[in-house]
Write a protein that binds this ligand. Structure first.
Ligand code: FAD
Length: 389
């Protein structure tokens, strides 16, 4: 064999994708590069997203794409992962939009909802006509969601919800919020139409990360819901944690996309720019950095591909998802920081992607379970000793 594999797919993992998975990759990559990449710096700078983004993603079949029925595409977990990778190669905020819609809000309804809840919401969410958000975190309950204060109490057959959720992606865009609240029967999930009296969403500003994503505070002030609004079966944190596992799986792949984009930009830049009379890429120190980045990006790709195969086989364990998020987000952040430095002063601007990715990855490192939480999960698995508290 001769030839050079591409830096971003050095192990030629994409050759193992099925025809359908490659088609998803090409469709999402083409759309992302043509329709999203040219505008992302402006959206990021202004802290906005285009109004029709949900419908555009819906038309592409990206929303709830790994779910079956109810207008969802029903593709493999690997195809879903590849889509996350190609979106996050443009921006983590764009992948977050799709993750929250498909893996948090739609998955919650699909997996835990009643048939009526599924039929009411999922078809409209798959097209992007209805946007969903997922309210778990509170100001005083982040890594430890079991300490949440938001409550739901019975009033006749109705439920009355009170509390405040923080850091909720898509909160002000949503027509439906999945809200997790404590009840006398443990934590339960509620499907809350956002036009219900007493519900309000306020956009959170001044973020330095994930700026092309809308983040909100949700306020529930005596929100009255019918008995049919609650997820019928699930009790306790296994409800929200099962949804987070789905979204974390997408992050494992998305981080590969962000890292690959940083590697590509650093490579192109250092091949182009000269100092001391030669290309930056011709210096040994630069090549050392590039080689480490190639290894990091492609090893992350291997992790994602293996988790995808396990998920498609139905045998992926939550702690393996923790492993993937821990490994791949940390690797992506390292790659982004190195790439940022390799672009010198140019690297700090929005004319290049590296610092935007680097700043975004600080959020990705923190949400859906911080780096430390996933380290503790892996630590508990290998020692048999939980050290969370
Ligand atoms: P804390 O839990 O206060 O943690 C602070 C630090 O302490 C971290 O480094 C953490 O790892 C460390 N720490 C905590 N406990 C331990 C321990 N036992 N041992 C060692 N270290 C520990 N939430 C939602 O519900 N829905 C959303 O859509 C959503 N979107 C988000 C979007 C953005 C942009 C951001 C930034 C956050 C979002 N979140 C969302 C919230 C996110 O999931 C939480 O921020 C995350 O779980 C961490 O909680 P915290 O910020 O309260 O940090």
């Amino acid at each position: 064999m001769t030839g050079t594999p591409p830096a971003g797919d050095f192990l030629q993992l994409d050759e193992r994708l099925t025809v359908e998975e490659r088609a998803v990759r090409d469709t999402v990559r083409d759309f992302a590069q043509a329709e999203l990449a040219p505008h992302i710096a402006g959206w990021y700078e202004n802290g906005v997203l285009p109004q029709d983004l949900g419908r555009s993603f819906g038309k592409l079949g990206l929303l709830g794409m790994h779910l079956d029925g109810y207008g969802c595409a029903g593709v493999s977990a690997t195809a879903y992962g590849v889509a996350c990778r190609e979106l996050e190669a443009v921006d983590s905020g764009l992948r977050s939009f799709v993750s929250v819609q498909g893996s948090l809000a739609m998955f919650a309804i699909h997996h835990w909802g009643s048939e009526a809840q599924r039929e009411e919401w999922l078809p409209r969410m798959a097209t992007g006509e209805a946007i969903g958000c997922f309210g778990l975190t509170e100001a005083e309950a982040g890594s430890d969601p079991g300490s949440m204060r938001t409550s739901a109490r019975r009033d006749g057959s109705d439920w009355i919800l009170n509390g405040t959720k923080m850091w909720i992606t898509n909160g002000t865009l949503a027509q439906v919020a999945i809200v997790w609240a404590r009840t006398e029967d443990g934590v339960r999930g509620f499907v809350v139409p956002t036009d219900t009296p007493g519900f309000a969403a306020h956009e959170m500003h001044r973020k330095l990360s994930l700026r092309a994503s809308i983040t909100a505070e949700l306020v529930l002030d005596n929100v009255r819901l019918p008995a049919t609004a609650v997820f019928p079966e699930v009790r306790g944190l296994r409800g929200p944690l099962s949804c987070l596992d789905e979204a974390r799986y997408g992050i494992v792949w998305g981080a590969v996309g962000a890292a690959r984009a940083c590697l590509t930009e650093a490579l192109e830049y250092t091949l182009e720019r000269t100092q001391f009379g030669k290309q930056l890429a011709a210096f040994q120190l630069t090549q050392g950095k590039l080689a480490d980045m190639v290894v990091a990006v492609n090893n992350s790709g291997l992790v994602a591909a293996q988790l995808g195969r396990l998920k498609d086989a139905g045998s992926l364990l939550p702690v393996q998802v923790s492993y993937g998020k821990l490994a791949n987000v940390r690797a992506a952040l390292d790659v982004a920081r190195t790439a940022r430095s390799m672009l010198g002063a140019a690297g700090i601007t929005l004319d290049h992607t590296v610092m935007r990715h680097m700043a975004n990855l600080e959020t990705v490192y923190t949400y859906e379970g911080t780096n430390e939480m996933h380290a503790l999960s892996v630590g508990a698995a290998v020692t048999g000793i939980p050290a969370f508290r």
